[in-house]
Ligand binder design. Structure first.
Ligand SMILES: Nc1nc2c(ncn2[C@@H]2O[C@H](COP(=O)(O)OP(=O)(O)O)[C@@H](O)[C@H]2O)c(=O)[nH]1
Ligand SMILES: [Mg+2]
Ligand SMILES: [Zn+2]
Length: 282
């Protein structure tokens, strides 16, 4: 799920009944560990297990360094570098590895998650190569089971194509449409899974309600000072936390308004029933 783009406080379901999410990033100029944290949070919130797929390995100038950087935010989540372009069936590719080493083949590298009865969704910003990857993984497509057309609550119609591919391994692969932004839809607690080290440090703070700003005995400030916690990680956590806190407040307001509207409706119905019971003329 994500928050619908724009100001509306509503959720949008991107895919359902997913076992594994392939969080796809491109190893071109667009690589951004902060965005990976955002997608990871959405994946954890969904209940599906994430796998970080670093695509366009052929374009990476330092593949090992990128994998290491990603491992630092993945916190144990598998990180798989691939080159979807170099993984095409016919072997034709404009991509050639800078290092001269063989490029990681997407199908082999991702096979452990693409097994019988499993559903995998590709998630990531547009342009990272999700569709190219889907084609490479499908190789032998059995069937393409559909595209859906959806309207949003305002009745404006946008076409969101979601492809469900049945792979020969017996897995289902969902290719999601391009997303310009991923606004989170979830609870603050979801961040505990994305930032487990911050949760662990916070447990050591002297005050239970420590805001980790300037309180004495703050274990997070201490970890920052001693270099055990990276400042960029803490900043990323704070940013996502603020975003989720803001979302929670807006959801509370919406729930309150809905509740009020319901009671208004009920009391109106109540008055009408009362009048009916009391009969005419009263
Ligand atoms: N060099 C390189 N380009 C790739 C790779 N995978 C995809 N691309 C290119 O990236 C662009 C976006 O790919 P696409 O699959 O449409 O991305 P999507 O928006 O995530 O579905 C296309 O021009 C692809 O040819 C890759 O592994 N290496
Ligand atoms: Mg696409
Ligand atoms: Zn603290």
């Amino acid at each position: 799920m994500r928050k619908v783009p724009g100001m509306t406080t509503e959720e949008q379901i991107v895919a359902a009944n997913v076992d594994t999410v392939f969080l796809v990033s491109g190893l071109d100029g667009d690589f951004n560990p902060r965005r990976i944290e955002r997608y990871l949070t959405a994946a954890w919130e969904s209940g599906a297990s994430p796998v970080i797929v670093l695509n366009k390995a052929d374009l990476a100038d330092d593949l090992e360094a990128r994998v290491e950087e990603t491992n630092a935010v993945g916190m144990g989540v598998p990180v798989i570098p691939v080159s979807a372009l170099a993984s095409r069936e016919d072997g034709s590719t404009s991509a050639s590895p800078a290092s001269g080493e063989a490029l990681p083949q997407a199908r082999e590298a991702l096979a452990p998650w693409l097994t019988l009865g499993r559903t995998v969704a590709l998630l990531g910003s547009s342009g990272v190569g999700k569709s190219t990857l889907a084609n490479a993984l499908a190789g032998e497509v059995l069937q393409e089971t559909g595209a859906v057309r959806e309207g949003d609550s305002r009745g404006r119609h946008t076409t969101t194509r979601r492809q469900l591919l049945a792979l020969s391994s017996g897995a289902l692969l969902i290719d999601t449409p391009g997303m310009r932004e991923l606004q989170l839809w979830g609870e603050e607690a979801t961040l505990d899974q994305t930032f487990p080290e911050i949760l662990a440090f916070a447990a050591e703070c002297r005050f239970r309600d420590c805001t980790h700003e300037s309180e004495p005995g703050c274990a997070i400030q201490n970890a920052l000072e001693t270099g055990r916690l990276e400042a960029s990680r803490f900043a990323a956590w704070k940013k996502l936390q603020r975003e989720l806190a803001h979302l929670e407040r807006r959801r509370d307001v919406r729930a309150l308004l809905e509740e009020r509207a319901k009671w208004k409706q009920r009391s109106k119905v109540g008055r009408i029933n009362m009048r009916l019971k009391q009969g005419p003329g009263r």
